[in-house]
Design a protein around this ligand. Structure first.
Ligand code: DC
Length: 225
């Protein structure tokens, strides 16, 4: 079966990938797969068991888990084995553990297989860390989305403040630096820019400008594909 048109967006934590990918997918009528949410879902499931983290347990849960997405307005709702986990997978407990879970080769193998299956179902945008390098290396439309650490911390801080939470900006920056390091230095599928990805630094761009740039690129690449 022929793949649909796959748009691959990779980049570090807090670069705005999910907001941008969701909006671009809605504009194009494509499905959107937030692969970070998939690693978060496995982490959530592991925490639900009450057992301590081990690569074996994480791998087994990743093979068993059923993850699905449903867009609802400005939300991309996430379901694990039928339970809605949209908010739960953003908790501090999940965020604190997810990089370790995502570094387990058996977890990555199971997630990549699911992502490829979803990508075969039609036109799709996926965002993550290894989409253009590992999951869909043949994608004709790859973007590496990033922004300065300061700007990423500022955006995340604003989100938290909007939810009424107190924000420690120094700690936010330190957390982002530490997650970048874990994601870029892990052995299996580290975060890196694919050679043929378009580099987009969004530090001084609005969301609409970034979405516009991606739609333009997608239109050019679709003509060529
Ligand atoms: O984008 P995010 O913060 O929701 O990602 C959560 C974690 O999952 C992050 O530590 C990186 C990891 N991840 C990954 O290793 N590969 C992907 N394709 C997507 C996310």
């Amino acid at each position: 079966m022929k793949n649909g048109f796959v748009i691959a967006i990779d980049g570090p934590a807090g670069a705005g990938k999910s907001t941008i990918a969701r909006k671009a997918a809605a504009a194009l009528g494509f499905a959107y797969i937030d692969t970070g949410a998939m690693y978060r879902s496995v982490t959530w499931k592991l925490l639900q068991t009450g057992q301590p983290f081990s690569p074996e347990l994480a791998g087994r849960l990743a093979r068993e888990i059923r993850i699905s997405f449903r867009p609802e307005g400005s939300l991309n709702c996430v379901f694990v084995d039928g339970t809605e986990v949209t908010e739960a997978i953003r908790s501090a407990a999940v965020t604190g553990l997810v990089s370790r879970v995502a570094a387990v080769p058996a977890v990555r193998e199971a997630m990549v297989a699911q992502q490829r299956r979803m990508g075969r179902e039609g036109d799709v945008i996926l965002d993550g860390r290894d989409i253009g390098t590992v999951v869909f290396p043949d994608s004709p439309c790859k973007i590496y989305l990033t922004a300065s650490v300061e700007e990423r911390a500022r955006r995340r801080g604003k989100e938290l403040e909007a939810k009424g939470q107190a924000v420690d900006y120094d700690k936010l920056q330190a957390d982002i630096v530490s997650r970048d390091k874990q994601d870029m230095e892990r052995e299996t599928s580290p975060l890196k820019q694919a050679e043929d990805a378009v580099y987009l630094d969004t530090s001084h761009m609005s969301i609409d400008e970034v979405v516009g740039a991606i739609l333009k690129l997608a239109a050019e690449r679709r003509l060529r594909a």
